[in-house]
Design a protein around this ligand. Structure first.
Ligand code: DLL
Length: 424
């Protein structure tokens, strides 16, 4: 079923016409209301009146994450603060986080695009949708929540904080038919089910929507096999909106982009030149319809391609491939984004630690563990075990405060890590 055929089945000409109109209007608004964009366009001598079509966007400079950090907290907002009704913020960034503001209209449009993606995998008002994503500054929980309510489904906001056994009892007893989580969490649920002797047929699950971290076809098959569901990929990022930017339909043949709200380009991350359909590069996204803090040509750091051809589902919206990697060294653990520099900052403050460490993202069966191996100084090796333990607990606690997740610290002898290529 198609949730909004007006926007999901437009002709290419009509989509481009709508995108052009919305782009012009957004450029005008950011030029008038956001000092960052006014200065940037003036500096680069961009005359927004000359942007006559979507292809002209390549004359406009990119926006990068650092620009957003510099604008902390509200300098990127394009509306007065009284019009902002929701704030989200990027997960796991050190120092200044990225703050995103939504107006009432933004929240409505967000729910609309998420509803489209839910509908495109068969979710209806007869379903119970269990959202096992964080409900917090992270956009995952609230983003899917709005979309599921919009289609009239019964929402179970169990979040990812609930302990796993309880999550499974809720799923069984409340007759959940749709699961929304990270793919890693779905696998963890499956392995707990096996341990608890809970057979997938005792559940009512039929569909899962997963995202917030990279995953593979292989993992899709495992999730589908173990949970007896159809599993679909969903992509989004807080800076632009959250989930809802693109998602797979029942064909599992690429993620349809909600093009009436987002203009997606793929560029060569080294040269910044546009790449054509089928070519993998960095996704660059422009908000076409956002009021709170629309971004122009935002470099996401995510690697993917735009897919040529049309989809047999009837939607005319362009599809993108899965995200296959990143242009930077962001580490994604349980959907949380971590810069190695965050870890480094904590380690460098600790005594008796050498600046050599290695991050291991260990995935085994259903569990995922972040282990940080740290070289300790020679002196401490001869010290009492107690001191070592104290130090370990101290670093573990500080890292958990910084990253908001559990990590395992292991100390290794001097000179064991510094020659490894992947020490960062
Ligand atoms: O992860 C929003 C989201 C929540 C999307 C739930 C889908 C489902 P952030 O925390 O800002 O927002 O992280 C955004 O996560 O730039 C990608 O690197 C990565 N990412 C998101 N979805 C996918 C996906 C949410 N389906 C960052 N595949 C993005 C691969 C993904 N990576």
């Amino acid at each position: 079923m198609i949730f909004n055929s007006k926007y999901e089945t437009m002709t290419r000409e009509d989509i481009q016409q709508l995108q052009t109109e919305r782009l012009q209007s957004t450029l005008n608004r950011v030029y008038r209301n956001v000092a960052f964009y006014k200065n940037k366009f003036d500096e680069c001598k961009i005359d927004i009146e000359k942007i006559q079509g979507v292809e002209d966007i390549k004359h406009i400079p990119f926006t990068v994450k650092e620009d957003l950090r510099q604008s902390y907290p509200y300098d990127m907002f394009a509306v007065p603060l009284r019009d902002i009704v929701r704030i989200h913020s990027s997960s796991g960034t050190t120092g200044k986080p990225i703050v995103v503001g939504y107006t009432k209209n933004d929240l409505n449009h967000w729910s609309e695009i998420v509803a489209r993606l839910l509908c495109s995998v068969g979710v209806t008002d007869n379903d119970f949708v269990q959202i096992a994503l964080d409900y917090s500054l992270f956009t995952g929980g609230f983003g899917f929540h709005g979309g599921a309510e919009k289609i009239g489904a019964g929402v179970i906001p169990s979040s990812s904080d609930t302990n796993i056994e309880k999550q499974l009892y809720i799923m069984k007893d409340y007759k959940t038919s749709v699961l929304i989580s990270t793919p890693g969490y779905a696998i963890t649920l499956a392995s707990y089910m096996a341990e608890m002797g809970l057979h997938p047929e005792e559940l009512h699950l039929k569909v899962g929507l997963f995202g917030a971290e990279p995953w593979s076809e292989e993992l899709r098959h495992q999730i589908e096999d173990k949970l007896h569901i159809q599993a679909y990929d969903n992509y989004g990022l807080s800076e632009i909106m959250g989930p809802g930017i693109s998602g797979e339909c029942e064909q599992k043949n690429g993620l349809h982009i909600n093009e009436d709200q987002f203009l997606v380009e793929v560029i060569d991350p080294k040269t910044g030149k546009s790449l054509g359909p089928g070519e993998t590069g960095e996704l660059v996204i422009t908000n076409l319809f956002k009021e709170g803090c629309p971004l122009i040509r935002y470099r996401t750091g995510d690697l993917a391609s735009l897919l040529p051809g049309t989809c047999s589902c009837g939607r005319t919206l362009t599809r993108m491939s899965r995200v296959t990697g990143r242009t930077d060294n962001v580490l994604i653990f349980k959907g949380i984004k971590i810069m190695p520099s965050q870890i480094e900052e904590v380690l460098l403050k600790a005594e008796n630690i050498k600046p050599h460490y290695r991050i291991l993202n260990k995935k085994e069966g259903g569990s995922e563990e972040l282990e940080i191996q740290v070289e300790v100084s020679k002196e401490i090796l001869f010290d009492e075990v107690k001191k070592m333990l104290e130090m370990k607990n101290n670093i573990t606690r500080r890292l958990q405060d910084e990253l908001g997740i559990e990590v395992k610290i292991s100390f290794v002898e001097p000179r064991t890590l510094r020659n490894l290529n992947n020490k960062k």
